[in-house]
Write a protein that binds this ligand. Structure first.
Ligand SMILES: Nc1ncnc2c1ncn2[C@@H]1O[C@H](COP(=O)(O)OP(=O)(O)OP(=O)(O)O)[C@@H](O)[C@H]1O
Ligand SMILES: [Mg+2]
Length: 317
């Protein structure tokens, strides 16, 4: 039996749309694994195939090729979803129910009844800070309140895997923080979390590993630090010098940028030129007071990847 929370091999999806059955290749064959207790982020532009991947993992759409397993069980076996919490991209809740009634329904679907169900509903309501709105009908909720109750539903029964499609969309800053704390708490409890998002700061803060999907293919997959490491630069600070003094020693090009702040000249130097630039500055009699690696934000890596690939989700014919 596999120990992975999620595992997919050669998983792909081509939708057929319209009267003529035009093909839309949403996902080319992809492979990735999510380990138990790991927070895994799926990022990518609109139409990249993130939601399709999630739906395939939950057997909500059928693959064109490949296999997916949850905790070692093929996703076409209902038992693969025994310990799963899921919030879709655009949930369609039973709006005539109150938040609390919806959660009792979720609890009964998770096999809980009586006191256990009451206790669990109270716990998750508390967790998403919705206790005081519990009796209100979902149709009377704001978008963010609905999102919170959906999240609460995904927590019922302490699932071993929680899958969230854009969990922070529609939430105010407090709500976003709540979701972030929740994801970290789930990880602490050993729950695997797979979520997709466009919010790079959430990814950097939360994810153990990330897959960057572009045009239905995994462009990069790994730890955030590995994804951004290709483009690392160093900030080199030269004290008590002018821009002209520095420019007399080093040449500005793609791998070197200069800015002047107060009496300091700051150089942003690419890895390949660092040793040479330091030698030139020191040999020229200038004082280097600081050298520190600058991590290119994930957002820039994301944008650079998009620029080199013009593809978004794709039509085939
Ligand atoms: N049911 C469907 N029928 C036909 N095409 C679909 C269907 N669902 C998605 N697609 C297409 O598949 C591609 C991927 O869509 P998907 O919803 O997976 O993207 P996404 O990465 O989740 O995008 P977003 O960030 O906008 O949510 C898009 O080209 C989309 O038009
Ligand atoms: Mg989506």
């Amino acid at each position: 039996m596999s120990s992975s929370a999620v595992e997919c091999e050669g998983l792909s999806k081509t939708y057929r749309v319209g009267f003529l059955g035009r093909k839309v290749q949403a996902l080319k064959p992809i492979d990735f694994v999510v380990h138990p207790g790991e927070v895994f982020g799926l990022i990518g532009p609109n139409g990249a195939g993130k939601s399709t991947t999630i739906k395939l993992l939950l057997n909500l759409v059928l693959p064109t090729s490949g296999k997916a397993r949850l905790f070692g069980r093929d996703v076409n076996e209902p038992s693969s979803r025994e310990s799963l919490g899921y919030v879709p991209e655009a949930p369609v809740p039973y709006e005539h129910l109150s938040g609390e009634e919806y959660l009792f329904l979720q609890a009964s679907l998770a096999g809980l009844g009586g006191a256990a169900s009451k206790q669990e509903v109270a716990r998750v309501l508390e967790r998403v800070e919705m206790k005081r709105h519990a009796a209100l009908r979902i149709r009377q909720y704001s978008k963010g309140m609905t999102q919170r109750v959906m999240l609460a539903g995904a927590l019922i029964g302490h699932p071993k895997l929680v899958v969230l499609d854009e969990p922070t969309s529609g939430l105010d800053p407090l709500g976003r923080r709540l979701v972030r704390d929740l994801i970290l708490e789930l990880r602490h409890e050993g729950t695997a979390v797979l979520f997709c998002t466009h919010i790079m700061s959430d990814v950097e803060m939360l994810c153990d590993r990330v897959a960057l999907l572009i045009g239905g293919a995994i462009h990069k997959c790994g730890k955030v630090s590995e994804l951004v490491s290709d483009t690392r630069t160093h900030e080199v600070v030269v004290d008590n010098a002018t821009r002209e003094q520095v420019l007399a020693l080093v040449q500005v090009d793609d791998a070197l940028r200069i800015e002047v702040v107060a009496q300091r000249v700051m150089l942003h130097v690419g890895e390949t030129r660092l040793q040479d630039v330091l030698r030139q500055l020191l040999n020229g009699g200038l004082t280097v007071s600081r050298i520190q690696p600058e991590r290119i934000p994930l957002e820039e890596t994301f944008m650079a990847a998009l620029r080199t690939s013009n593809q978004h989700g794709g039509d085939l014919e």
